[in-house]
Design a protein around this ligand. Structure first.
Ligand SMILES: C[S@@+](CC[C@H](N)C(=O)[O-])C[C@H]1O[C@@H](n2cnc3c(N)ncnc32)[C@H](O)[C@@H]1O
Length: 277
């Protein structure tokens, strides 16, 4: 299947190993949360759920296993490169192309009972969440829910000398590449400004059973980001050197089971669109 936008400036990768990392991260989230749909969201016959930035579609496909087959599940992304072929989609699942930083098309406005987002941390340039939050609000019916899980890369859980050194080196790269992550921990405070009531917000770090899976997948993501930053900076004709970071990362990957911790903090938010929003 071709991609509509392999030329976008997404800093992560979209190859098979990158898809496997997303799927492993799905396992991490499932182990951390223990649910697919937040238990406060009522499951009703014929309800419609959209997932934005669906990636490999793993959340949507898992939701199709866990929820009644009358629930309609629609995944959207700017690229379809990581979707499984259409013949493997369950009957109540569709996956399409949509840029969630623009206004949704009129036929999607007010259509959804739930909008799910996960791991948007590296998708936003700068800290501006307004276009995305407005997009979510427009897709939802009044009283609809936004369920959001994301990675706080500012307040991390990092321990071990090499891991701490790498974290500091990565902060330098994030700054040079204009990748800002402050907005993630601010999400619960930002939702009310866009017509949402926050029903639940959490930021508990991973427990022992999840720490290694987070370290492994996070280090793999950093390798992807370093490649992406280099790719984009060359395309922008302002090359950023990532050699020091890659050197330390390669050592970390060889020793990732030596007891070090390299975790982001999982941020979970459940919001409800106000009736008059
Ligand atoms: C880190 S992946 C997360 C995928 C999935 N949500 C998950 O948790 O497994 C981020 C996804 O967001 C998509 N994305 C980036 N910018 C987007 C935009 N403006 N509109 C829709 N999707 C976007 C990327 O193409 C990528 O598939």
């Amino acid at each position: 299947m071709g991609s509509v936008s392999q030329r976008d400036r997404y800093p992560l990768g979209r190859d098979v190993s990158d898809s496997i990392r997303l799927d492993a991260q799905h396992l991490l989230w499932r182990m951390h949360l223990g649910y697919i749909l937040h238990p406060q969201i009522p499951i009703t016959k014929g309800m419609k759920i959209a997932e934005l930035g669906t990636g490999t579609g793993v959340w949507i496909l898992d939701a199709a296993r866990c929820l009644p087959s009358t629930v309609e599940l629609h995944g959207y992304d700017i690229s379809n490169y990581q979707y499984p072929p259409r013949k493997f989609w369950p009957r109540n699942v569709t996956m399409g192309i949509l840029d969630s930083l623009t206004d949704p098309p009129p036929q999607l406005v007010g259509q959804y009972d739930v909008v799910h987002l996960r791991m948007w941390a590296s998708n936003l340039k700068g800290n501006d969440t307004s276009p995305l939050l407005e997009h979510v609000k427009k897709l939802l019916k009044p009283g609809g829910y936004v369920q959001w899980e994301d990675a706080d890369l500012v307040n991390q859980a990092v321990s071990g000398e090499e891991a701490e050194k790498f974290a500091a080196l990565m902060q330098e790269i994030f700054e040079k590449a204009g990748l800002q992550y402050e907005w993630v921990s601010e999400l619960p405070a930002r939702l009310p400004g866009h017509g949402f009531e926050v029903l639940h917000a959490g930021n508990t770090k991973f427990n022992y059973g999840c720490v290694q899976l987070c370290t492994n997948t996070y280090l793999m993501a950093m390798a992807e980001i370093l490649r992406g930053v280099q790719r984009n900076s060359v395309a922008n004709k302002s090359p950023i050197t990532v050699r020091d970071q890659e050197e330390v990362l390669s050592k970390l990957l060889q020793n990732s089971r030596n007891g070090m911790v390299y975790n982001w903090i999982p941020v979970v938010v459940l919001g409800q669109k106000k009736e008059n929003a």
